[in-house]
Design a protein around this ligand. Sequence first.
Ligand code: TLP
Length: 346
Amino acid sequence: MKTIDLRSDTVTLPSPAMREAIFNAELGDDVFGEDPTTNRLEQMAAERMGKEAALMVVSGTMANLVCVLSHCRRGEEVILGDRSHTFLYEAGGMSAVGGVHPHTIPNQPDGTLRLEDIEAAIRGNNLHFPRTRLICLENTHNRCYGSALTVEYMEAVAELAKKRGLRVHLDGARIFNAAVALGVDVKEMACHADSVAFCLSKGLSAPVGSLVCGSGEFVAEARRNRKVLGGGMRQCGIIAAAGITALEQMTKRLTEDHANARRLADGIADIQGLSVEPERVQTNIVYFDLASEKLTAEAFLKRLIEQSVKVIQLGPARFRAVTHYGISAEDIELALAALRKTMDES
Ligand code: TLP
């Protein structure tokens, strides 16, 4: 029986076209700048984001770290959301590796940072304070229901940053989900950030890889910082080949994942003992809570696994389900049936 794995869109497997592209990839040594497939992917990524240049790195975590290291010196400060992936789930890399100070402010439920909060967090010129250098945004926002930050909001943050002499980095791990949900081109969002990191290995289903995009000068610095982290790769066209296919074939289909997530949330809303806010689902991420005393979280997960359905636990009674390539509308109905059965029998 097929497992319906909704833990993350990171579990996606490469499409048959990707496997073929990997098999046929033209290769060279990328540290010498001689891997034609990687060069092509980087050029494509830069064009898609409307930036001068791009750099492939192994993961979203490395992409964000390389960007912070390229924007900030030791002792400088980054303003970012208290629910941002970079703050919560990247092993404190910016401080551990870069000596960069994270200054968190509250993420609003829709993933935004209030402009007043950003303004208030910017340090004055005082030798006691770290120097504020960078504002980080996340779009879509993973811990905030996969919500998409609008172009207008991003523009407002960019204006504020410009006025105060700061830079903006966008963790756009799922920027194509945001673009599809808002019906805009990714460029319209990317133009409001000095650097953009996006992932190939989530909804776009490639096996490995993220891209850092920005000005030519910025990307040259990022390339150096990737090397510092040991992330210079050799025949990485093997990875890039799948990334090219991802950009060519996998962005438009994200609407399917969004429709499946909405259907899943609507279905969960009808199950007694589970609680969800379907109207908050804009993209491919659904959060829901176990609101019944009859079942522990562990027992809930176990019963789902027995029915070949996996979701991830992200709080004492909070779970996340993410739709993605490989999960069909039919799978969503099967997952709902498993959830219903689990609750009915509890
Ligand atoms: N997110 C993963 C886990 O780490 C939680 C997931 O399953 O959602 N930015 C954002 C917004 C992300 O969601 C993630 C991964 C990353 C960066 C890091 O990407 P990787 O896993 O490639 O380092």
